[in-house]
Write a protein that binds this ligand. Structure first.
Ligand code: MG
Length: 158
């Protein structure tokens, strides 16, 4: 069996009065991510991990933020397209593992629904989709609630 591993990282700035979309869910919070798309930093990191595993560039290259087609787009659509691209190259997603860095809001209550949502979009079992969250102990831009960051790792097989 052949394997490929990929990693992704993304950051979005937080600003008051915008919807906060993380892992495909809208989460009630007084701030949301500034972005051309819906700003789903977790899905963006995941897309970059999947693309990185096959050396297919990155999400900004595939879906440019200068293109009006992607203005406000649901990032689940982007993830679905990336997953389809991976499959079209003959690879299957074995598992994905993500870490979200946010000082607030509390992410833990949303993790089960995020895992189910992402598993459905990827077409893989929910036990192959891990979402973890941490604060940064009030340190740095995440700790000051200026932004949210995410890391993602994936394994592909064929
Ligand atoms: Mg992004």
């Amino acid at each position: 069996m052949d394997f490929r591993i990929g990693n992704g990282y993304d950051v979005h700035q937080l600003a008051p009065g915008l919807p906060l979309v993380l892992g495909g869910l809208e989460i009630p919070f007084e701030k949301g991510c500034v972005a051309h798309s819906d700003g789903d930093v977790l899905i963006h990191a995941l897309c970059d991990a999947l693309l990185g595993a096959l050396a297919l560039g990155d999400i900004g290259h595939l879906f440019p933020d200068t293109d009006d087609a992607y203005k406000g787009i649901d990032s689940k659509i982007l993830l679905g397209r990336v997953a389809a691209l991976v499959r079209s190259k003959g690879w299957e997603v074995a598992n994905v593992d993500m870490t979200l860095l946010a000082q607030r809001p509390k992410i833990a209550p949303y993790i089960p629904a995020m895992r189910e949502t992402l598993a459905k979009v990827l077409g893989i079992p929910v036990d192959a989709v891990s979402v973890k969250a941490t604060t940064t102990e009030r340190l740095g831009f995440v700790g000051r609630e200026e932004g949210i960051a995410a890391y993602a790792t994936c394994l592909l097989g064929k």
